[in-house]
Design a protein around this ligand. Sequence first.
Ligand SMILES: [Fe+2]
Ligand SMILES: [Fe+2]
Length: 192
Amino acid sequence: MRPTRDQAWETLTRYTTSEALLRHALAVEASVGGYARRFGEDEELWRAVALLHDFDYEMHPTLDQHPQDGAAILREEGYPEDVIEAVLSHAEHLSMPRDTLLKKTLFACDELSGFVHACGLVRPTGLDGLEPKSVKKKLKQPSFAAGVHRDEVYAGAELLGLDLDDHIRNVVAALQPIAPELGLRTAETAQA
Ligand SMILES: [Fe+2]
Ligand SMILES: [Fe+2]
């Protein structure tokens, strides 16, 4: 079975009610989906994996359970092993090889999507006009979005072989179309 985006969304929303977690899933989905298009890969499949990567976090909020205990549920739901393996690979503590472009991309987008989202939330125009320079400046402020692991942001860009500026630009561009769903203002709504 090749999962669809809608199927993954259905699974995610059955186990997740927190708005913050749903927004995180949508942000990572948009970023990973943007890269799938850029790389000419299977966008539907990549989006499904991105939506599923933290699907069990609400019930398994600690690293002794997330995401490994979620894998059994995904297996029961009929998701194929390559999808489950990609989901598991995002977790640093499992030390799984990131040996496919999808695994690398998921890892590279997980922390940065959250960080860019946080940058957008504190700007009157959201993501509009957000430059890599100001994102990088905020990365150097430990108190800003303190939960985001900076080392994983830098490692992610490197894993994709991308300049950090380009990676930031790609993620900003991917999140812009779903700004309203992420609770972000835009240049238009700022004027209104
Ligand atoms: Fe996670
Ligand atoms: Fe995540």
